[in-house]
Design a protein around this ligand. Structure first.
Ligand code: ARG
Length: 572
């Protein structure tokens, strides 16, 4: 049971009675009691009455004792709420028997399409793709766990004019050689070499132009060579997903080319609805509310003046297909913030066209950049964009070294396992524990530290609990009576009861730093509990209860980290 919600549900009718209409009781954790409600202050302003009077009137209406909650008016008009020890104990005992740790599956399953990762063929994945992959994977895991039908879409950049040049370069290099380079992940060298020839060689440029025409015209050999580029790149991306330990697989690639046959239909439909406006030879839609710096209305270009379709048209087609064919009611796009306007315009056009109607909605989960220690965009020494795999390998190597230096007796296999779980976990957690829209600095020392709001801190807390449970010799009994006596015990109990509330909140806003912050509070509460309340040396009844609290903490940490895509270890 979610305590915050329980309290909120109990206070809401009381507030409504006093206000004569619905009021959100604004229940939150409190430094003075277990929880507090601040809603009396705003309500008092609205009603023109003293806040403490309002708070007292709400209390007079509220039914709380049957759930073991006592309340008092405090300060300028807060309501302080304290849950009785026995009531807390009962609620925690309820969690122990629940495989889902108090988090119910959703009552209203939706079809959710998550568009994430989306690297480009024959181009190295960069840190932006890392953020997209990590955030998207967390969204997929959380929504699936709650019982939604989730469709992963890897909107691979596999189409467009650069493919003329890439295919010509492939021909010059020889198929076997090119395939070898690409599947080895030498994508940047391949792309750059193609680009250099393209810029320097007029004949190559002409061949590339003709090759684009052949590709669009469905020429068989050209198509085969294009396929080769795509499959080799996909193969390489899959090795990155494997290293990154995300749930994306080969079946999730749906490249931009998939939508080619749907593009004409998009144009027809927009035309039929009278939304298409010719502009400088191109076909555009001008969604309301978008203007450029000069105040001119901004176009979304659906068909270019050369007759070709571009990125916006593909996104319109994809959106229409996801809603229409798949019946999705929630569309998520995990793409960097520089594309904010693109998505806002695509969604606006989709609404105007009548494709996107409530309750269905589309959300751009934009994110900031990863910065280097100098506070600038992350770059390699040579000034190029940083290769993603290099970053992941460095994380694993650093974590493995740290594990070895802390524990020189570790055998190589175990050290590698720890290094991988901790290194990759640290990278993901550093990303997921900050406000999504903010930039953050990639700081190895900080993200790999065993203390602070880091993956290793949480993984270590988990491993430590597992070690306590192993030493106990028996598993915690799920029906053991729960005793809440010490302040550290009640603090831990209150945290354990907060999991459902946080998961529910993140289901709505997909702000994973809230889940990360929760797990950090939980681990911290456990560490304080472990310091003040002996577990293994406690008298029998307390011992059972404390073992159960420890086990519940471990299960919650494990589940929470799993939702973030981070592994736990039995030993560290
Ligand atoms: N391939 C694009 C890039 O690398 C991202 C695509 C995002 N998804 C989408 N539906 N537009 O920037």
């Amino acid at each position: 049971m979610d305590l915050e919600k329980l309290l909120s549900d109990r206070l809401a009718p009381a507030f409504a009675a006093v206000a004569g209409g619905p009021v959100d009781p604004l229940v939150r954790r409190s430094p003075r009691a277990d929880f507090q409600s601040d809603a009396a202050l705003a309500l008092a302003r609205r009603l023109g009455r003293p806040p403490r009077d309002i708070a007292a009137a709400v209390l007079a209406h509220a039914v709380l004792d049957d759930v073991g909650v006592s309340a008092e008016v405090s300060g300028p008009g807060f309501l302080n709420l304290t849950v009785a020890d026995g009531a807390l104990a009962d609620l925690v005992a309820g969690l122990a028997g629940d495989a889902r740790l108090g988090v119910p599956p959703t009552a209203t399953p939706q079809t959710v399409v998550v568009d994430y990762s989306a690297p480009n063929v024959a181009k190295e994945m960069h840190v932006g793709h890392l953020r997209s992959t990590v955030i998207g994977d967390a969204a997929v895991r959380l929504l699936e766990w709650l019982g939604h039908r989730v469709v992963r879409v890897n909107h691979l950049g596999d189409w467009g004019t650069p493919f003329g040049m890439l295919i010509e370069h492939l021909i010059d290099l020889g198929e076997a050689e090119a395939a070898q380079n690409l599947s080895m992940g030498d994508l940047d060298t391949f792309y750059r070499a193609a680009r250099i020839t393209f810029d320097a060689d007029e004949a190559f440029r002409e061949r590339s132009r003709l090759r684009v025409v052949a590709l669009q015209g469905g020429d068989e050999r050209t198509r085969r060579l294009w396929r080769l580029l795509v499959t080799q790149s996909e193969r390489y991306f899959l090795t990155v997903y494997d290293l990154l330990d995300v749930t994306l697989s080969a079946g999730d690639f749906r490249g931009e080319s998939t939508y080619n046959d749907l593009l004409a239909g998009v144009v027809d439909d927009l035309d039929r609805r009278g939304l298409l406006v010719p502009s400088d030879g191109a076909e555009c839609v001008f969604p309301p509310g978008f203007s450029g710096r000069d105040g001119e209305p901004l176009p979304l270009i659906v068909r270019k003046s050369d007759g070709g379709y571009g990125y916006p048209a593909t996104d319109l087609a994809a959106l229409r297909q996801r809603l229409g064919e798949w019946g999705a009611t929630r569309l998520l796009y995990v793409v960097g913030l520089p594309q904010r306007q693109h998505f806002a315009m695509v969604f606006a056009v989709a609404e105007e066209a009548g494709w996107l109607n409530p309750p269905a909605r589309a959300e751009h989960l934009g994110f900031g950049s990863i910065l280097g220690a100098d506070g600038r965009m992350l770059r390699s020494r040579a000034g190029e964009s940083v290769k993603l795999v290099g970053l992941l390998e460095e994380a694993v190597a650093r974590a493995t070294d740290l594990a070895r230096s802390r524990n020189p007796e570790l055998d190589a296999g175990t050290a590698d396992e720890i290094g991988r779980a901790v290194g990759i976990g640290a990278i993901k957690y550093a990303d997921l524990s900050v406000d999504r829209s903010k930039d953050y600095v990639l700081d190895w020392e900080r993200m790999l530290a065993l203390d602070g709001n880091t993956a290793p801190y949480l993984q270590y807390a988990y491993a430590r609990i597992r070690s306590v449970l192993r030493r106990a010799g028996t598993a915690a009994r799920p029906d053991a009576p729960v005793v809440i006596a010490q302040p550290a015990e009640r603090a831990l109990a209150v945290e354990l009861l907060g999991f459902a509330g946080v998961v529910g909140e993140v289901e709505r806003n997909l702000e994973f730093h809230q889940l990360a912050g929760y797990l950090h509070r939980l681990a911290t509460a456990f560490n304080a509990f472990y310091e003040h309340c002996p577990v293994l040396r406690a008298p029998d009844e307390l011992r059972e209860s404390r073992l159960l609290l420890a086990e519940l903490t471990a299960r919650t940490l494990r589940q929470g980290l799993h939702l973030l895509g981070i592994r736990t270890l039995e030993r560290m």
